[in-house]
Design a protein around this ligand. Sequence first.
Ligand SMILES: [Zn+2]
Length: 88
Amino acid sequence: MIGGDMGHTSAVIAVIKKVQSIAEQGVEYTSYSGAICPICGLKTKIITTKPWDDGARVRYHKCLNDLCVLRHLNMQIKSVEMIQIKQQ
Ligand SMILES: [Zn+2]
């Protein structure tokens, strides 16, 4: 127990859970821009690249922005790349 301000603590936990759900929900990965951090909007660094599976490929990223809450929480961001069907 740090401090004793329960209201403040639960509010912080709620924000962390929200941020975590956004990171786990994932973002779209594109070959020209990579994966953009859903919190701060900057390009992220690829940590893990999974093999193609049924037309989709999952990657995990880290945000390198010193001001970003995802970096401070050391959370990975999921991204999904879908196979693009060329029209021409
Ligand atoms: Zn970020």
